[in-house]
Design a protein around this ligand. Structure first.
Ligand SMILES: CCCCCCCCCCCCCC(=O)CSCCNC(=O)CCNC(=O)[C@H](O)C(C)(C)COP(=O)(O)OP(=O)(O)OC[C@H]1O[C@@H](n2cnc3c(N)ncnc32)[C@H](O)[C@@H]1OP(=O)(O)O
Ligand SMILES: CN(C)Cc1n[nH]c2ccc(-c3ccc(F)cc3OCCn3ccnc3)cc12
Length: 386
């Protein structure tokens, strides 16, 4: 069958769709001398801006652009609704650069119509830790789609990242591009089946009544791990060591400094929930964590928002992953989430059935930029992008 042409991606240092890759490593080698010092050209009506996420008004502009124009499910029923505080958290990890929060505004009206971001991350691919960036929140206003603005945003963020002597990136997308490092499925665990059915997220199976459905998805009354409690700063050293050790068994996974760990896992209301269990020496032995990413419900009068918890990083050493996630479900239900979402990465496929997850209707592809490595099974991925 003909291989679809990618006018932009076929010019980029990414493996071709059909490539069989043996060794892992960079695809092209460039130096700072090869990097343009001036921004890429934009069509006349538009200008590059840096979105200052410390400015409430600029953060609100970014929130609104994404709230109205970001990722929708395949049936255009839901659209991610990342909150301003979530975006600030996602974009300002330790060692972030404000130059990597790139906006495109209409010169005349200053309306924000495009965005792309990068944050620094140390990601190990097989046995090599690669200093790279994670690309996220690429968005072009609905009214400006299919005008080849995305390649301009991608080339500009590439230029600015190269200027900091970084040459690799990781990103995920629901769309298939050249070329996936892994293809992952997402799974959902209903916590509020009545609302999920009312908004069309789930359907009532034949012979099932609503009251039976509510009973089926009822969560436990008590924690399986009774001593699990919210993460505190004093847990960081041992929790970071535990997570880094756990992640070493995956073929693609980040490494965290203690400072980075605290940024990503510090409990933040309406953003991040992280619980830990400690042993008699106060060393962390088990962690569960999830982030709060609601979706706007497009066109539903009764419900405006779907409250979704997304599994983040989990480590079970004195309990089982199944019992640990069962506790996560209990806490998520208590925090009034409607659904708990998971990818089939890590060892997550061990608990989907027993904990009553249902498979989702799409995939999430993982990608590396300027780094070739053999295709991974989803269970070999130990990296979560927001
Ligand atoms: C060393 C550092 C390196 C840093 C850079 C690393 C790479 C980072 C890469 C970015 C990672 C982002 C990760 C991330 O943020 C998470 S994935 C979420 C992306 N955002 C959305 O889906 C929001 C809604 N959609 C839109 O805003 C637009 O449809 C976008 C902006 C997506 C495309 O705007 P458009 O108006 O619909 O389309 P044109 O401007 O006409 O451009 C068409 C070209 O764009 C290619 N395209 C489409 N969707 C893409 C996607 N999700 N990734 C990469 N490429 C994507 C497409 O294949 C085509 O190229 P081709 O002709 O070659 O096929
Ligand atoms: C990861 N991060 C880059 C955001 C992102 N971009 N593209 C995506 C495509 C799927 C998922 C995803 C990941 C995990 C999951 F359990 C459900 C998901 O999407 C459901 C379908 N959906 C899309 C919007 N509203 C509902 C995330 C993303």
């Amino acid at each position: 069958k003909e291989t679809p042409t990618h006018a932009f991606w076929d010019t980029q240092p990414v493996p071709k769709i059909a490539d069989e890759v043996e060794q892992s490593g960079p695809i092209e080698f460039k130096t700072l001398d090869d990097v343009r010092k001036d921004p890429l050209g934009l069509p006349g009506l538009f200008e590059w801006v840096e979105i200052d996420v410390n400015s409430q008004t600029e953060l609100q502009d970014l929130y609104t652009l994404l709230n109205e124009n970001y990722v929708e499910d395949d049936d255009n029923m839901f659209r991610f609704d990342y909150s301003p505080s979530f975006l600030k958290w996602a974009l300002q990890p330790p060692h972030y650069y404000k130059e990597w929060h790139i906006g495109v505004r209409v010169k005349e009206t200053k309306k924000l119509v495009g965005f792309i971001s990068a944050i620094p991350a140390d990601v190990r691919v097989e046995d090599k830790v690669v200093k790279m960036v994670e690309i996220n929140f690429l968005c072009v206003h609905k009214k400006l789609r299919e005008k080849r603005l995305a390649p301009v945003l991608i080339k500009e963020i590439t230029r600015r990242v190269n200027l900091k002597d970084i040459w690799q990136a990781s990103y995920t997308a629901g769309v298939v591009l050249p070329r996936p490092v892994a293809v992952c499925r997402y799974w959902h665990r209903s916590l509020n089946p009545k609302k999920l059915i009312e908004v069309g997220f789930s359907s009532l199976p034949p012979k099932m009544t609503m009251s039976l459905m509510i009973k089926y998805y009822r969560v436990a009354e008590q924690l399986k791990n009774a001593t699990m409690r919210k993460l505190e700063k004093k847990d960081c050293e041992s929790a970071t060591a535990l997570l880094n050790q756990y992640l070493s068994k995956y073929r693609v996974a980040p490494t965290f400094t203690t400072e980075e760990f605290w940024h990503w896992f510090e409990p933040r209301e309406n953003v991040m929930t992280c619980y830990v269990k400690v042993d008699s020496d106060n060393k962390v032995t088990d962690i569960f964590s999830y982030y709060n990413l609601p979706s706007s419900i497009i066109g539903n009068q009764k419900h405006k928002t779907l409250k979704a918890a997304f599994s983040f990083y989990n480590v079970a050493t004195t309990t089982t992953i199944k019992e640990l996630i069962d506790d996560a479900l209990l806490v998520a239900k208590k925090e009034e989430f409607d659904v708990y979402n998971c990818l089939d990465i890590f060892e997550n496929d061990k608990f989907f059935k027993d904990l009553k997850f249902a498979v989702g209707d799409g995939n999430l592809q993982y990608y590396l930029y300027n780094y070739s490595t053999p295709l991974k099974h989803s269970s070999e991925i130990g990296l979560v992008l927001l």
